[in-house]
Design a protein. Structure first.
Length: 284
């Protein structure tokens, strides 16, 4: 039987519509408009597209968008001073600095300078630590989107064997922690894993976030698995993921396409984190 295609574009639109309703309530009941500040340094074309998409999503949902575009020659001290100002600015509930930064700026120092209560990217070590010990905090947007796709596609997570292929700080590791929190039995694989297929064939839930085009072949997928493909690669045959979609969809119960799977979820989760950041200020 052909696999169910998990429509990330639709699910992302549904979530953003749900959030827009909550924003209306937040405005009418508390007089607060959630605000997201995005800082871009330099003129990287991909980053410009990402930042513009974030601004557009904010405005559609009813958030305030505060965009700062700085020249590539901006010093680290100047950037840190701006982050410090945005940390203190009351109409800024969420704050992110678009990566990558120019080579002369230390990304770790910049991430550390962000107020963890405004860290809607979930990149601050305090956010990562909160996730690791299972206390409330901001979760990085792409792995949060992976979990949301699993839940909204009716995937049984309790007790399931979940295999994450890839161990990056922003996707693989947090995805594994989130799956553990959902009571999955979690295995993390990577480029040094011996006999990758032997591990992935045991996966009821398979998350591919390894950054190698179509590494996951059909014979590496368990019959009836749910497959979430985080990869996206431009090839001569168009965009492909980390999974051989044609072959894997003959085995899987449900699978995300590339594009239109995980990609659109990242912004929806960023919007959700920003609303959460605004809600955090209510109790103060
Ligand atoms: N560059 C590519 N993706 C991201 C992201 O999710 N957040 C930030 N800050 N930079 C990025």
């Amino acid at each position: 039987m052909a696999a169910e295609i998990i429509d990330g574009k639709q699910i992302s639109a549904d979530i953003r519509a749900e959030l827009a309703e909550e924003v209306k309530k937040m405005k009418s009941e508390h007089g607060i408009t959630p605000g997201l500040a995005v800082v871009l340094v330099g003129e990287d074309p991909a980053s410009q597209v990402y930042v513009n998409n974030k601004e557009k999503a904010c405005l559609e949902i009813g958030f305030k968008s505060i965009k700062h575009v700085l020249p590539a020659e901006t010093t680290e001290a100047e950037l840190l001073a701006l982050v410090d100002r945005l940390n203190k600015q009351e109409d800024v509930h969420g704050l992110l600095v678009q990566l990558p930064l120019p080579g002369h700026i230390n990304e770790d120092r910049v991430i550390l300078s962000i107020d963890p209560d405004k860290d809607v990217d979930g990149f601050h070590p305090i956010s990562v630590g909160r996730l690791a010990i299972g206390v409330p905090g901001f979760v990085s947007c792409t792995p949060a989107g992976v979990i949301e796709l699993l839940k909204r596609s009716g995937t049984e997570l309790e007790g399931a064997n979940a295999v994450v292929v890839g161990r990056s700080n922003n996707v693989g590791k947090p995805a594994a922690l989130l799956l553990l929190d959902e009571n999955c039995t979690v295995t993390i694989c990577h480029s040094r894993t011996r006999d990758l297929g032997a591990v992935t064939r045991n996966a009821d839930v398979l998350v591919a976030a390894v950054g190698v085009p179509e590494l996951i072949k059909g014979d590496m997928v368990k019959e009836g698995a749910t497959v979430i493909d985080v990869g996206i690669h431009r090839t001569d045959n168009g965009l492909v993921g980390d999974v051989d979609f044609e072959a894997a969809s003959k085995k899987a119960r449900a699978i995300t396409p590339v594009p239109g799977g995980v990609g659109p979820m990242t912004i929806a989760m960023l919007m959700r984190n920003t609303l959460k950041a605004a809600e955090l200020t209510l109790g103060r």
